[in-house]
Structure formats: structure tokens, C-alpha cells
Design a protein around this ligand. Structure first.
Ligand SMILES: [Zn+2]
Length: 277
């Protein structure tokens, strides 16, 4: 697993081949381009877009849940594709003969959906070759309100018994995951950049495909990330680059990161390429 400032992520990531980002502590995964054993138990799958390397294993995920007698997972979709995903499932049900149960939920950028009392998700706009979105994950924590700090346990219990709400709720954007996108769409959203941890696609990393080439394909180039990093735009605690093109080896990718990212950002940046268990 990769430790993003106290939040572990794993799964699989190779641009154009397969993406599945597992976030065990939030009990969810982003995209299901490949069905990984540990992700079968995730009840919530957040789909960034419908390219095959991000959505292609949804059927396998649903089938595995059925075989293991688990309740259907909820798959969150960007707007406008639910009918097609339903049709794809209908087609597979005929081929497979299984129930392939799936709870499909369309969620639009800006809408908040509570997954649990302490966790909600909110899609944000991205810009790719098909309809797409990233996801913000907001955690909330209840703690003793400032005005009751310093009171003894007995005093607090007494206040509670009198029906006083001694708690206050603080929220934090624990994680943002872009999925496939052009970088300009991400940089124009301060809320996304303010997340404590950012998982950012970085498909191209050298001169073979230049910045314009990356943009025209709806992807991010490392040189653009370096420029934004120089400008101080990545203020979070941790940055994870994923979705690297198979044209780059892991050693090459790490080398390019070292060569181009400013040292303060490099120190907070990690790479996810291939399988991470
Ligand atoms: Zn894509």
C-alpha cells in the first residue's frame, strides 16, 4: 500500500490499461477497470468516466459480489451514462445468466452524497474526451466544543444529562481523486487543490508526447504539474501521481519526477504504477 500522509491507498493503475484505486480506510474504491480481490468487498465504487480501462470490470465486480452472497454494491456514475451502463448490464445478464445486481446512482458535480455519518463524497468537474468527473471525499469528526474544553469528565456528563450538546463537528477534505482529465480543469478549482491529499493523473512524462499532445488527448503531462508546483498550487500534505502511460517504466517515471518537480513538492509526491497491494 501507499501511505498518503496516514491514509493508505492501493489497487492498480496503468494508463489506458486499467485503473482501480482502493481506499480501505474509507471503505470505497475509485474506478473498476480491473476487479481486484480486496475491492470486491467495497460497497461503494466511484466511477470517474466510462472508458473501458476505468469501468470495464464492473460486471466482474457485480458477479463476484453475487457469488460471495454480498449485497449489491453502489456504483456512482457521472451524469448522462446511467442508461448505457444499465443496458451493458442487461446485455451481460443475458450472456452470463447471473443476476449481476448493481445499484447505479448518478451523481453530478457539486452534489454531496453522504456514505456514512462521518463521510460524504462530492464529484467535481474534470475535462476528458468523454463525460467525466473527479471525487472529493469529506470526513467529519465530532469533538468537544471549544467552550467546554477544560471541564472535567463529571461536568461534561452533567451537561449531557441536561441535554446540552457539548460537541462540535469539524470537516476536512481528506482526499481528492481526479480520474482522467486535463490539468486546467483541476487547477481552476481551489477546493480540489485544498484537499489534504490529491490523487492526480499524470499520463505523459517526457518529450515523446508533449504538453499539447497530452491536452489534446484529455490528459495531464508531468511538465504542467511541475509548472503548477513551481507556482505553489499544490498545498496539500500528499500528492499521488497515477495513470502513467505504459510507455514509461517505473524507473523512468520516478526519474522524470525527480528531474522536473521542485524539491518541496517532490518530497510530498508519490507514484502509483502497476499493482500496489
Ligand atoms: Zn479515459
Amino acid at each position: 500500500m501507499i501511505d498518503l500522509d496516514g491514509l493508505e491507498v492501493g489497487g492498480y493503475s496503468l494508463g489506458g490499461f486499467a485503473s482501480c484505486l482502493d481506499v480501505p480506510s474509507l471503505k470505497l474504491a475509485v474506478d473498476v477497470g480491473v476487479c481486484i480481490d480486496r475491492v470486491v468487498s467495497r460497497n461503494f465504487i466511484l466511477i470517474t468516466h466510462a472508458h473501458a480501462d476505468h469501468l470495464g470490470a464492473l460486471v466482474q465486480h457485480a458477479a463476484q459480489r453475487g457469488l460471495r452472497r454480498m449485497k449489491p454494491a453502489t456504483y456512482f456514475l457521472p451524469p448522462g451514462i446511467q442508461d448505457e451502463v444499465e443496458a451493458y448490464l442487461t446485455c451481460w445478464r443475458k450472456l452470463d445468466g447471473g443476476a449481476l445486481l448493481a445499484n447505479l446512482v448518478t451523481l453530478s458535480p457539486g452534489e454531496t452524497y453522504p456514505l456514512r455519518a462521518d463521510l460524504s463524497i462530492r464529484p467535481f468537474r474534470t475535462r476528458h474526451r468523454v463525460v467525466s468527473q473527479g471525487y472529493l471525499m469529506e470526513r467529519s469528526k465530532k469533538r468537544l466544543a471549544d467552550q467546554y474544553q477544560g471541564l472535567s469528565g463529571d461536568e461534561i456528563r452533567e451537561l449531557r444529562e441536561q441535554g446540552v450538546d457539548v460537541g462540535t463537528t469539524t470537516t476536512s477534505l481528506a482526499l481528492a481523486v481526479t480520474g482522467d482529465t486535463r490539468l486546467d480543469a483541476v487547477l481552476s478549482q481551489p477546493e480540489v487543490l485544498s484537499a489534504e491529499r490529491l490523487v492526480l493523473e499524470c499520463t505523459f512524462m517526457d518529450d515523446a508526447i508533449d504538453v499539447e499532445g497530452a491536452r489534446s488527448r484529455g490528459h495531464v503531462h508531468l511538465y504542467e504539474i511541475a509548472e503548477a508546483a513551481e507556482a505553489g498550487l499544490f498545498t496539500g500534505k500528499a500528492l499521488l501521481l497515477n495513470h502513467v502511460s505504459p510507455r514509461h517504466s517505473k524507473a523512468e517515471a520516478l526519474n522524470q519526477m525527480k528531474k522536473h518537480l521542485p524539491s518541496d513538492v517532490l518530497a510530498r509526491t508519490q507514484l502509483m504504477l502497476g499493482a500496489v497491494n
